[in-house]
Design a protein around this ligand. Structure first.
Ligand SMILES: NC(=O)c1ccc[n+]([C@@H]2O[C@H](COP(=O)([O-])OP(=O)(O)OC[C@H]3O[C@@H](n4cnc5c(N)ncnc54)[C@H](OP(=O)(O)O)[C@@H]3O)[C@@H](O)[C@H]2O)c1
Length: 320
């Protein structure tokens, strides 16, 4: 009997990566969950091994229907768009996923998590919401993780993504900005070596975890890491791959937040992201994401230069 796997966010970057990786491994029945199975981004996923099922993270009844019969579920929430930057909403959506998985007897729940930043940041930073969250899009995910561990103590695994390489694509927020002298500048408030990954490799890691099952992975946090790089390292990789002069500057966190608010970024978003970079500068994010662990699970994990090469055409609007 093939195992049935429910994949949340299947039309998005993380869930899409999980679905594709499970298809590459083969031998699974896959249930791609979406709010709209008729949308073009959904229908292109359908196939002999993939059924499209309607589910809404805000609708517990739809989630129970969607998880019925599933052996494993990959859970992810979209803080920025779906939750509108609201940590309480992300927590509730995550709890809805966990509750439905528990009610349907799902044997393995793989949650896309992130750290609780409060222990590191709360002593020095003002909370950004009434729950004392300092990086709401991290902290809410860690609250879901705590709930998951309590509700499904023998069936949870948490996958810890790194910073997405996809954030570097033109218009995605961390992309190099053209300068009057023809060079390019990446301006983000972080001096630390961060870990980075292609979202396809979140899929590869989560798929390896699902294939290994709870016997191998229950009760574990599994990092995803394709490259360890400062912003200066990232700029150097751009220069090497595209033959353009790309540099990085790292303004102070609060100056950067003020600057991007001036460019039209909503203040809560700017503050959340400034605190996230401060967290990376305070705590070594690589601790939970050892590169060697990802390489063991996914020997072909993509480094940054390889990812830039693979996505060269997408940078044509920037570099020609
Ligand atoms: N960017 C980074 O560097 C980074 C790093 C670590 C973690 N993250 C986290 O990644 C998350 C976003 O993941 P992503 O990039 O894979 O998202 P994405 O590509 O923007 O796609 C969002 C997905 O969520 C689904 N979705 C949204 N609201 C839903 C709802 N109410 N019910 C059911 N499905 C819903 C969408 O499905 P339909 O539209 O088809 O319904 C879509 O598949 C965020 O929470 C962010 O904090 C980002």
């Amino acid at each position: 009997m093939s195992k049935l796997i429910g994949v949340c966010g299947a039309t998005g970057k993380q869930g899409g990566g999980v679905l594709a990786a499970l298809q590459r491994i083969g031998g699974f029945k896959l249930r791609a969950l979406t709010r709209n199975p008729a949308s073009p981004s959904s229908t292109k996923l359908a196939g002999p091994d993939v059924e499209l099922v309607k589910a809404d993270f805000d609708d517990p009844v739809s989630l129970r229907e969607a998880f019925k019969g599933c052996d494993a579920v990959f859970g992810v929430t979209d803080f920025w768009v779906a939750c509108g930057g609201d940590g309480d909403r992300e927590l509730q959506q995550g709890k809805n996923l966990v509750d439905a998985a528990k009610a349907e007897g799902v044997k393995h729940f793989v949650w896309s998590s992130l750290e609780d930043t409060r222990p590191a940041l709360a002593p020095s930073r003002q909370p950004l919401d009434s729950k004392g969250r300092t990086v709401p899009h991290f902290d809410a995910k860690s609250e879901v993780e705590a709930y998951l561990r309590e509700q499904l103590p023998t069936a949870w695994t948490c996958v810890y993504p790194s910073v997405f390489y996809e954030n570097l694509l033109p218009g995605a927020g961390m992309d190099p900005q053209p300068q009057p002298d023809g060079s390019f500048l990446i301006a983000q408030p972080c001096q630390a070596k961060m870990s980075w990954n292609a979202t396809a490799d979140i899929g590869n890691v989560a798929a390896a975890v699902i294939a290994g099952g709870p016997a191998a992975f229950a009760g574990k946090r599994v990092g995803v890491n394709g490259e360890e790089a400062t912003l200066a390292d990232v700029a150097a990789a751009f220069s090497k791959v595209f033959g353009k002069k790309v540099a990085a500057v790292t303004p102070p966190h609060d100056d950067w937040a003020q600057m991007v608010v001036g460019f039209g970024v909503p203040e809560p978003v700017a503050k959340d992201l400034a605190n996230m970079f401060l967290f990376y500068d305070t705590v070594d994010m690589r601790q939970l994401r050892p590169l060697s662990e990802t390489k063991r699970l996914v020997p072909g994990v993509l480094g940054l230069e390889a990812w830039l090469e693979q996505n060269r055409a997408k940078f044509a609007p920037l570099f020609g």
